[in-house]
Design a protein around this ligand. Structure first.
Ligand code: HEM
Length: 156
């Protein structure tokens, strides 16, 4: 029998998740070059930023300050940042979570990622998305938004 997967309990698990996720992103045909060639990011600063981001979203303790909308908006004139890219990002994120973790926080982080992908995609491309329209959010989504809105949308 295989051991049950652990849940995300804090910073250590978040670091494991983020590292594993970006290992997959970097070798992905649709996404890898956006990080390594288009944005040419410095992974040694991007990864800690993403640890802080997810720790802040999940546990309010990561100390993330930044502007995810602006970071992605600046990519729009440079490369395709449409639904296929966000769907692939989400597919990799969800499968990485599911391969490593299971439980309430694992479900929560996947739901947060999906909600934020919808918002970021809609706002940076100026495409109305009913899934990102505050009027259409389920009570469960509204509760999630209350937790991460200040993190994901600092300027609005
Ligand atoms: C098509 C999908 C996506 C691509 C190609 C992408 C790509 C990138 C790139 C290249 C950067 C670095 C920008 C820079 O430092 O110059 C970045 C930053 C970031 N991304 Fe994404 N991203 C995607 C989706 C998402 C989603 C769905 C989320 C949230 C759930 C997210 C969260 C973040 C955060 C928090 C940062 C750091 C922003 C900052 O404070 O500088 N990304 N992304």
């Amino acid at each position: 029998m295989t051991d049950p997967l652990p849940d995300l309990e804090g910073r250590a698990e978040i670091e494991r998740l983020v590292n594993a996720f970006y290992e997959r992103v970097r070798v992905d045909d649709r996404l890898g070059f956006i990080f390594d060639e288009v944005a040419a990011i410095d992974w040694s600063s991007h990864l800690p930023k993403m640890y802080a981001f997810w720790e802040t979203v999940l546990f309010r303790s990561g100390g993330y300050t930044g502007n995810p909308l602006a970071a992605h908006a600046k990519l729009v004139p440079l490369t395709a940042m449409g639904r296929p890219q966000f769907d692939r990002w989400l597919e990799l994120f969800r499968s990485t979570v599911d391969d490593l973790f299971a439980g309430e926080h694992a479900e929560h982080i996947k739901n947060c990622a999906a909600d934020m992908a919808n918002v970021i995609h809609s706002k940076i491309n100026h495409i109305p998305d009913p899934r990102a329209d505050p009027g259409n959010l389920t009570p469960e989504q509204k509760a999630r938004y209350a937790a991460y809105r200040a993190v994901a949308e600092p300027s609005s």
